[in-house]
Design a protein around this ligand. Structure first.
Ligand SMILES: Cc1cc2nc3c(=O)[nH]c(=O)nc-3n(C[C@H](O)[C@H](O)[C@H](O)COP(=O)(O)O)c2cc1C
Length: 147
């Protein structure tokens, strides 16, 4: 997949005083997103509902992070981690996400995610960490295409 470098490299800053919220069904299909989610991801609500949550997956994210997420959720535990997400315009935003089950009468019915901003140094740290993990696992390296 080719990216337009100029759009791809633009970071959207996540506000300190708002939560980016979404919910999914048990298969990771989006059932709800709040206004802040729409604004930060660049999608309209109707473009998100019914889509798999990997609509915002950034190619810099190692596969193993999501394997860990789903194993944690399958074990009925809460997952917390740092995620780089892809905007509709191919820009990116960094968040710390807390993802957990939504229960009704003791039954797991959905998953929810609450996201908050992280510091600049945590972005750098995680970018390097994720680059190393992808490299170690033979996943795609980051490349910039010049035209
Ligand atoms: C409630 C919830 C929120 C999620 N939020 C994100 C997210 O913000 N970004 C992301 O890349 N994946 C998120 N995921 C994980 C995706 O469902 C998916 O596993 C991941 O994007 C990897 O995509 P893939 O399995 O198609 O490779 C979330 C999953 C759940 C259950």
């Amino acid at each position: 997949m080719e990216f337009n470098e100029s759009e791809f490299l633009v970071e959207t800053t996540v506000p300190e005083n708002e939560l980016i919220i979404s919910r999914t069904d048990l298969n990771g299909v989006i059932t709800y997103a709040n206004e802040t989610f729409c604004e930060i991801s660049g999608y309209a609500l109707e473009e998100l509902i019914g889509k798999p949550h990997n609509i915002v997956r950034h190619p810099d994210m190692p596969r193993s992070v999501f394997t860990d997420l789903w194993q944690t959720l399958d074990a009925k535990k809460q997952w917390k981690g740092v995620v780089k997400n892809l905007r509709k315009d191919r820009g990116f935003y960094w968040v710390e996400a807390i993802i957990s089950g939504v229960y009704k009468n003791g039954e797991l019915i959905e998953y929810k995610s609450l996201r908050t901003p992280i510091s600049y140094s945590d972005k750098l740290k995680n970018q390097r960490l994720y680059d190393r993990i992808r490299e170690a696992h033979g996943e795609a390296k980051r490349t910039v295409i010049y035209k």
